[in-house]
Write a protein that binds this ligand. Structure first.
Ligand code: NAD
Ligand code: MG
Length: 389
């Protein structure tokens, strides 16, 4: 029987690549639900091609456009974030791919888990904000959330067939982004066009900026903690500019397992969608002749302070990682509008981490409030930037 998919965030970088995986294996997958925020045109095009049962549009203007365009079809069109939480629970959905960016993906992911659906999680912010709650709910429902992030897919692939208590530590690899080796005197003047040029991966704008500041790797440390039930000191990062080794697991006998391949997100997406099967594909293969050297170095925590801030928030726990995430979402949005400097983003996130009230054991409601309070504070801090206008 085909796996019926709800692809949340279908117009994004992960969403469109997931549909590419569906195209290559129409015998395995049916598209049941698609969702998008504001890219009405692409959602309409996808709807006409995949004929899902329903689509959800979260932006009001885009909703009107999609609704009109799909008027003469059988496709149901819903608007708003609550609709996302409804459709993922439908009986006709087998698996939910959480590929919305940011905190906005939290509730629909939880709704899918509450309904006992298989979930493939690309939306790392969900795990950064509420990893403990999400994984607890998954455990109660006997669900194994499947990672889509390439590093976590690598860790997952290395851990298959192992006892989790034989894991000594995990080592996340980081490309280092476009500013690897740069110092603060250079970074202070960096603008979005430069920061958006990632050397190895083509991704959505937010994660591309996060990769340039190394916040992405910090978020991924927290993501790994919850996905694999690790202690903070079991999570390391190493810079590996070629992005061939996607991450490593070190076991208690000292043995290291790595998962390797060319950097192509379609691979971890396909792996998660088809799990536990491995599917054929025609993706370009790795060739040692093209990569005579693989390099590794230690991350520069002093220059790329976001990585240190994320690590501190991970150790602090509670709602600190929610504050980190919300402040980061706001400053990245500001940076993409040229309203704040590259290094100022660190300062503002640090201020938010210091100023928002700490809650040791937050409920979902507490996290909602923490997110909102942090956004308000960060917005006001942003206005202090010389670039803000
Ligand atoms: P993207 O910006 O390309 O796409 C985001 C998707 O989410 C779009 O479909 C958009 O319509 C939807 N969306 C945006 N705001 C929304 C809102 N408020 N409510 C509902 N939907 C909304 O992002 P992306 O690069 O595809 O990343 C998606 C997630 O996957 C992120 O959490 C990212 O960290 C993670 N991820 C991405 C990559 C990658 O290669 N792109 C790799 C690893 C992990
Ligand atoms: Mg990643």
């Amino acid at each position: 029987m085909k796996k019926r998919l709800a692809i949340l965030g279908s117009t994004g970088s992960i969403g469109t690549q997931a549909l590419g995986v569906v195209d290559a294996h129409p015998e395995l997958f049916d598209v049941e639900i698609l969702s998008a925020h504001s890219n009405a045109d692409l959602l309409i095009e996808q709807s006409q091609k995949y004929k899902p049962n329903a689509v959800v549009v979260t932006n009001e203007n885009a909703y009107e456009k999609v609704k009109k365009a799909l008027n003469n079809t059988d496709i149901k069109v819903f608007s708003g974030a609550n609709a996302l939480c409804d459709v993922v629970q439908w009986d006709t959905v087998d698996m939910v791919l959480a590929a919305i960016v940011g905190f906005a993906g939290l509730h629909s992911t939880i709704a899918a888990i509450d309904a006992g659906k298989q979930v493939a999680i690309a939306n790392k912010e969900t795990l950064v904000v509420a990893g403990e709650i999400v994984m607890q709910k998954a455990k109660e429902k006997n669900i194994l959330p499947l990672p889509v992030d390439s590093e976590h897919s690598a860790l997952f692939q290395c851990m298959i067939g192992e006892h989790l208590d034989s894991v000594e530590k995990v080592i996340l690899t980081a490309s280092g982004g476009p500013f690897l080796g740069k110092k603060t005197n250079f970074l202070v003047n960096v603008k979005k066009d430069h920061a958006l040029q990632h050397p190895n991966w083509v991704m959505g704008a937010k994660i591309t900026i996060d990769s340039a500041t190394l916040m992405n790797k910090g978020l991924e440390m927290i993501e790994a903690k919850w996905l694999f039930d690790l202690q903070n000191d079991q999570i390391d990062v190493v810079i590996h500019p070629q992005s061939i080794i996607h991450s490593l697991v070190q076991f208690k006998d000292g043995s290291l397992k790595a998962q390797m391949g060319l950097p192509d997100m379609k691979l971890p997406i396909q792996y998660a969608l088809a799990f536990p099967q491995r599917l054929n594909n025609d993706f370009k293969r790795f060739d040692f002749k093209d990569f005579p050297k693989l390099n590794f170095e230690q991350p520069d925590y002093k220059t790329f302070r976001n990585l240190a801030l994320a690590k501190d928030a991970m150790y602090k726990g509670g709602n600190a990682t929610c504050v980190l995430n919300a402040a980061n979402e706001v400053v990245v949005h500001g940076f993409l509008q040229n309203k704040v400097g590259f290094l100022e983003m660190n300062d503002i996130i640090e201020r938010a981490l210091n100023d928002v009230a700490f809650i040791e054991k937050p409920t979902l409601q507490d996290l909602e409030e923490t997110d909102a309070a942090t956004r308000r504070l960060t917005e006001s801090l942003l206005k202090g930037s010389q670039l803000y206008n």
